[in-house]
Design a protein around this ligand. Structure first.
Ligand code: SF4
Length: 414
């Protein structure tokens, strides 16, 4: 198995000794309950913001295109072993890439069947497939329906917004093909498979028009991703230290449109999580808050990896040196890059620990914290935007709840 160059990867995580000290002090890692399987390491689009192919980390080039049957079998055994050992009764499997629909029908079906049969009655596996939508034909939807796999599709809104980034290597935009796929996915025959739309924020797009373009597909859920960037390579339109919070302004406009709708049109995961956290509940994702990270990534060669988004930090950032041939998932749980993301407040940098909104914010996505000299021990490069969005949404919630409390209770509802 080829190893990425770690020339630029000075220790960025807590040390193994730190992890061992916490273990000795009583910290217990929580088992994984979601597994991201890289079933194909290449893509049929060449999106210009892709963290996989356009990052500092180019180790995808060393990966085989697909998992061999032997790698898939061993991965399935490892997953079953982990779920059984920890008594996890429900777990998610994300069929990911690259582009997972580059896998042929036989391999796609085999992947799902092998995993389900390896786990047997130990746990219920819920499959999702995250696709760029280009190959989502009626035939593929029939296959995925038979396999009971839900589908998430990446799209950035209307044609101009989408085709600005989501193009093929020939420069051709993918909007028309994705729109046709979403029409099929939203039809009565396949709607039960519709998971969500994933949209990357671009400040050049009008936020409300972008949200409304997504709504045209009647998605059950939408998620907005902030473009990846860090202190070394700031995201587009963000100038750390400058005044202004352009990403908070963008998301705040979406929030108002979404929150003030006469009836709920869709779930927006980032905003649902923000409201849940502000009301003292648990978020459903790890984008905000301090919930422990509980997913593992398996590359096509069977390597155990960290979050793909870390590739934007430095070459080798997602590399662990572990693989399904030699290591159980329990070993990955103790890798500092996983363990540190289960430590809640004590895993944050000093600035975040003392921040008044840190329980809501969670310090921002790990990849966005990276700085060349101090690694990940920093607030997110989105710090000002995250704080501003939280304060605005909290203010709105507070005003509405105060209004509810002051309003006389109608006798009709008693
Ligand atoms: S708002 Fe900034 S300082 Fe506060 S927790 Fe988030 S990233 Fe850290």
């Amino acid at each position: 198995m080829s190893r990425p160059s770690l020339r630029h990867a000075a220790p960025r995580w807590p040390s193994t000794a730190d992890v061992q000290a916490r273990r000795a002090a009583g910290w217990e890692p929580l088992p994984f309950r979601s597994f991201v399987l890289k079933v194909h390491s290449r893509c049929d689009l060449a999106c210009d913001y892709c963290y996989m192919y356009r990052s500092h980390d180019q180790t995808w080039r060393n990966q085989p295109r697909t998992m061999t049957p032997a790698t898939l079998d061993r991965t399935s055994e490892r997953i079953a072993e982990h779920l059984f050992a920890h008594g996890v009764e429900r777990a998610g499997v994300v069929l990911h890439g690259g582009e997972p629909l580059l896998l042929d029908d036989h391999m796609l079906a085999r992947t799902v069947d092998v995993l389900r049969s390896a786990v047997g009655n130990t746990a219920r596996l819920h499959f999702t497939l995250q696709t760029n939508g280009v190959r989502l034909s009626r035939e593929r939807l029939d296959l995925l329906s038979g396999l009971d796999v839900r589908i998430g599709v990446s799209t950035d809104g209307g044609r101009v917004a989408h085709d600005r980034h989501r193009r093929g290597a020939d420069g051709r935009g993918s909007h028309s093909r994705v729109e046709a796929a979403l029409e099929l996915l939203g039809s009565s025959a396949y709607r039960h498979l519709f998971g969500m739309l994933l949209c990357t924020v671009d400040l050049r797009n009008d936020p409300v028009r972008t949200y409304e373009a997504l709504l045209l597909h009647r998605p059950p859920a939408v998620d907005f991703c902030l473009p990846l960037g860090n202190w070394r390579t700031p995201p587009p339109g963000l100038h750390p230290g400058a005044r202004g919070t352009p990403y908070a302004d963008w998301l705040w406009a979406v929030f108002q449109r979404w929150y003030e709708a006469a009836s709920k049109e869709t779930s927006v995961r980032l905003l649902d999580d923000l409201l849940a956290l502000l009301l003292g509940s648990r978020p459903r994702t790890e984008a905000l808050g301090l919930s422990p990270v509980r997913y593992a990534v398996v590359e096509t060669d069977g390597s155990l990896a960290l979050d793909d988004a870390l590739r934007t930090a430095y070459e080798g950032a997602s590399h662990t040196g572990l693989d399904i041939w030699r290591h159980a998932f329990d070993v990955l749980l103790e890798h500092p890059g996983v363990a540190a993301r289960q430590w809640g407040t004590s895993g944050l940098c000093e600035t975040c620990r003392t921040c008044p909104v840190h329980r809501i914010c969670g310090g921002g996505h790990y990849a966005t914290r990276y700085r060349h000299d101090t690694g990940f021990a920093n607030p997110s490069v989105y710090c000002a935007d995250l704080a501003e969005l939280i304060v605005r949404v909290r203010g709105r919630l507070h005003a509405d709840l105060t209004d509810v409390v002051r309003r006389p209770m109608s006798t009709e509802v008693i």
